[in-house]
Write a protein that binds this ligand. Structure first.
Ligand SMILES: C[S@@+](CC[C@H](N)C(=O)[O-])C[C@H]1O[C@@H](n2cnc3c(N)ncnc32)[C@H](O)[C@@H]1O
Length: 334
């Protein structure tokens, strides 16, 4: 068990535990050492999300091309009462909670059902966890919020013990950021947060026309391009590096074989960056690419197979009329 590096003492109904100081930086350094020395350079997507990255992601969610957020919200609006009735959840644990914008739909339904007691947002972006916690306790007078600032790949053990039946929500299609093997391993870790009365509610973007997918990750206003380049700003600030973000072009492409979107940064010219904190230099050939995200797209079969590999069984598959996005409600196999 890790000791929180910073704890806001239980104050009213909000408590925030942070597990990232120091550790977060180490993980960025490890990922840079590992990912930028590979033959095909790569960084994990969690490093997009400093305060600016989180804000840019929020803008992406409002873009006309970015259908996942509004579609997932519409499914939630339509089915939240049913989910509340089925689960009788006293608490909602949300992994990668961000601004918790869509979460309100679930909280409203659980509150109306009279079962809601606590919300536990877990996210790497501290400002988001704090802001959503403070806002939600004002909006929901009987709700306790226990925020966890952490990395869901390292800090799931820090999710507090349940107060009653719980829903673990993993929305926004974030599960698609894991490659298939890691995805199943991560789902097994999530399953450990569940008891026999608990449910996983997971958002998955669905396989569809590549043109629609690629537009969602390469919008006309260039917000996604800024979000993608933001990772270089994070490296410059956190690791005293000198990457030139404008020296890289945003690339989004659908890999039909793997059925995932890839976001890459392509060097506009040959260049060398220095990462002073790690005493390393990183060379790019002109046109060389750095992969910054994969976002796997799902079918019912793929989702069911992944859940089964983690010991979970599908209870409901909730989708929109155009089958753009799906929410799966699952529980431990009996
Ligand atoms: C695609 S956004 C989804 C946000 C929100 N759940 C939604 O549905 O709109 C991914 C969220 O997960 C968070 N995140 C990404 N990697 C993470 C990690 N390893 N640990 C904790 N949070 C992470 C990001 O900060 C961001 O808020």
């Amino acid at each position: 068990m890790t000791t929180p590096t910073e704890v806001t003492r239980p104050h009213g109904r909000v408590r925030i535990d942070s597990y990232l100081d120091g550790g977060g930086e180490r993980s960025l350094a490890d990922d840079v050492l590992d990912g930028l020395t590979r033959p095909f350079k790569e960084l994990p997507p969690k490093h997009f999300y400093d305060a600016r990255g989180a804000e840019l992601f929020d803008r992406i969610c409002e873009l006309p091309e970015y259908y996942p957020t509004r579609t997932e919200r519409a499914i939630l609006r339509e089915r939240a009462d049913e989910i509340a009735a089925e689960t009788g959840a006293a608490e909602l644990v949300e992994l990668g909670s961000g601004t918790a914008a869509k979460t309100r739909v679930l909280l409203d339904a659980l509150e109306s059902a009279g079962t809601l007691r606590r919300y536990i947002p877990l996210d790497v972006t501290e400002s988001m966890v704090r802001m959503s916690a403070e806002t939600l306790v004002r909006e929901y007078p009987d709700l306790a919020v226990h925020g966890v600032v952490g990395d869901f790949e390292r800090h799931l053990n820090e999710v507090p013990e349940p107060l009653g039946p719980r829903i673990v929500a993993f929305l926004g299609g974030t599960i698609g950021n894991f490659p298939p093997g890691s995805r199943r391993r991560f789902l097994r870790q999530i399953a450990r947060l569940l008891g026999p009365e608990d449910f996983l509610l997971m958002g998955t973007d669905l396989v569809k026309d590549p043109g629609v997918l690629e537009a969602a990750y390469d919008d006309a206003q260039g917000v996604t391009a800024e979000f993608n380049r933001n990772v270089l700003h994070v490296l410059n600030r956190e690791l005293d590096a000198d990457f030139d973000p404008e020296g890289f072009e945003h690339v989004a492409l659908f890999d039909e074989r793997h059925e995932w979107i890839e976001m890459r940064l392509r060097a506009r010219r040959a260049q060398t960056a220095t990462v002073r904190a790690l005493d390393m230099t990183v060379d790019f050939d002109a046109g060389e690419e750095l992969r910054t995200e994969i976002s796997a797209k799902f079918t019912l079969e793929r989702a069911t197979g992944d859940l089964a590999a983690a010991g979970l069984e599908l209870v409901h598959w909730l989708t929109d009329a155009d089958e753009m996005f799906a929410l799966s409600l699952s529980r431990l196999r009996g």
